[in-house]
Design a protein around this ligand. Structure first.
Ligand SMILES: [Fe+2]
Ligand SMILES: [Fe+2]
Length: 313
């Protein structure tokens, strides 16, 4: 048993906040709500396509759309291991604190809605883009790999993802002033952000609850699990970059030279690491939670985040 100081978050206030947010998948996509391919889908701070000098502005826009599609795919994919983590946690805690049980059930319900949301957007993308885009997977195999690790290790990955989602929407708001992204994609980021805000706080409570029942060596082993999963995801992101480059050649109707492919690879590997790994590993609320568990192990995470932040990470 490890003494962990419990955060200011409470299950009752999280339930109250969650009750104020009500949206359905069909409110955001479908029927008359179509993606506008004349606009970027992701803010430049997430996609980094304008930094690629070998692509014309139109080709940069097409790559932004390909990144929009992979964003949908990657979020759908991570939600597939977050959902079982939360469902298992509900079984683990039982009904002793019924507000906690209720809050985690709400969390699970929302994550299943998000899987549906990302799939509907992916279908709309496939219908409008006109070319097939490759994506890593299958999601089930990736979820099976992640879920082999300790619940605390997986909960830390989830905490990272929840706080990262907060940053993604705030980035899009910042960019929106200069370069409007597609309104449907903006809405997707906004509505996901609203519910993930409750998840991030619930995950903080889940991490603290799980850690309290472990000794310090088990906690350090769980942080090592987190690091192992992050490194596995980094390899997945590199594979996704290669698929994105292959997906780009058909819609731009030209064969990219080896030098062009190399420039795109370098910029995009940096971009994926920054958007999906560094933004979670360095989020102040994530840092605070992990430092509370083990300052020395967080130092290891900070060193990896630092290496991921360099262009050739
Ligand atoms: Fe989600
Ligand atoms: Fe979530």
């Amino acid at each position: 048993m490890t003494a962990i100081s419990i955060s200011k978050y409470s299950y009752s206030s999280i339930l109250n906040e969650a009750a104020k947010i009500a949206w359905r998948v069909q409110d955001l996509i479908g029927e008359d709500k179509r993606l506008d391919f004349s606009k970027p889908f992701l803010p430049e701070t997430i996609a980094h396509t304008q930094a690629i000098s070998c692509l014309s502005p139109n080709e940069q826009l097409i790559l932004n759309h390909i990144r929009g599609n992979s964003y949908l795919h990657l979020f759908g994919l991570v939600e597939e291991f977050i959902l079982p983590l939360v469902v298992n946690h509900v079984q683990f805690i039982g009904c002793e604190n019924i507000e906690a049980t209720q809050a985690y059930l709400c969390f699970a319900k929302e994550e299943s809605k998000h899987i549906h949301l990302f799939r509907q957007f992916a279908s709309a993308f496939a219908a409008g883009f006109g070319f097939r885009c490759g994506a890593i997977g299958p999601p089930r195999a990736i979820a099976d790999f992640v879920l082999q690790h300790s619940p605390l290790g997986v909960a830390l990955v989830t905490l990272h993802i929840e706080w990262m989602t907060q940053r993604h929407f705030l980035d899009s708001v910042r960019c929106y002033q200069q370069e409007p992204i597609d309104p449907l994609f903006y809405n997707l980021l906004k509505h996901h952000w609203q519910e993930e805000s409750q998840h991030a706080r619930l995950d903080t409570l889940m991490v603290q609850d799980l850690a309290q029942k472990l000794n310090s060596s088990a906690i350090e082993a769980a942080i090592d699990d987190y690091i192992g999963i992050v490194q596995y995801l980094n390899e997945g992101l590199k594979a996704q970059v290669q698929l994105d480059i292959a997906s780009l050649e058909m819609p731009v109707a030209r064969t990219l030279t080896a030098a062009e492919r190399e420039e795109i690879r370098q910029v995009q590997e940096f971009s994926y690491r920054k958007a999906f790994l560094v933004s979670g590993m360095t989020h102040p609320n994530f840092v605070q939670t992990v430092q509370q568990l083990s300052p020395t192990r967080y130092a290891r995470i900070a060193a990896i985040a630092n290496s991921f932040s360099s262009r050739d990470g």
